[in-house]
Design a protein around this ligand. Sequence first.
Ligand code: AKB
Length: 320
Amino acid sequence: MKNILVVGSAGQIGSELTLALRDIYGGDNVVAGVRKTKPSEKLSGTGPCEVVDALDKNNLKKVVDKYKIDVIINMAAILSGTGEKNPMLAWDVNMNGLINILELAREYKMKQVLVPSSIAVFGPTTPVDNTPQETILKPTTIYGVTKVAGELLGDYYVKKYGLDVRGLRYPGIISHETEPGGGTTDYAVAIYYEAIKNKKYTCFVNENTRLPMMYMPDCLKATIDLMQADFSSLKNHCDYNVGAMDFTVAEMAESIKKHIPEFEISYEPDFRQEIADSWPNSVDDSPARKDWGWQHDFDLDKMTADMLKAIGEKHEKGLI
Ligand code: AKB
């Protein structure tokens, strides 16, 4: 039996991953680590919740001791947009938080650590189409720099200490449960909320911006499948490319117009355009498909239908 701690449980991925893991391993065996003292009812009502600050090793240690934690998932991160506004904060949270977790996992000989990475590890000199697994990693954002360092650090703990550390390079993740914050790909979530609420959206990157994206059910599947894969089948550890779909903002708008014909989109690119332009259009994830059987389910139109339905229901209930 595993006792899992999800650090960053209140975030976009952490909130849904915690619930999905509780369904599999039982509510009591998955601790939600949150920064806020008041977690959502969904989190506090389905299993233990603790205030966890990855920058405070003593605090981490207390939670690990209390629940006999043997698996840590580190979903706490400062994303690309916020990182450019506050590079030192991004370095502190993304690197010092990670090293605290890895050190604790090493000291306690834990069963597994999951350290997510991102397409932000790539940069303007990386091949943009079908970006290979092994390629140039020269990001131009501090977030990307921390993600490259995080991948290398995780791989180092595998090699040096025999710790089971795994990670995948998430594309932009799209979901309707918890909104993302501070990322460059956040427009791909905001567009759906604005389509439902106001039937129009002003996007902070231009219409031709194409990025790799993934719908949350696929993100949860990829994360859990990688966690459950046989360690001996993994040729990589902390840096698996995972893809599902890629599209431009204009293509997203067209997909939304199939449901809301009056939807209007306009463009006011800001500093995040340069970040988006430094990332790939699409990634080659054949190693993930080969090593641990990764397969995605959602394409753009299937996701759009689902997103608009779920956000539409929230709107009708007055929740947004
Ligand atoms: C961001 O936009 O910063 C993140 C990411 C792609 O890792 N969503």
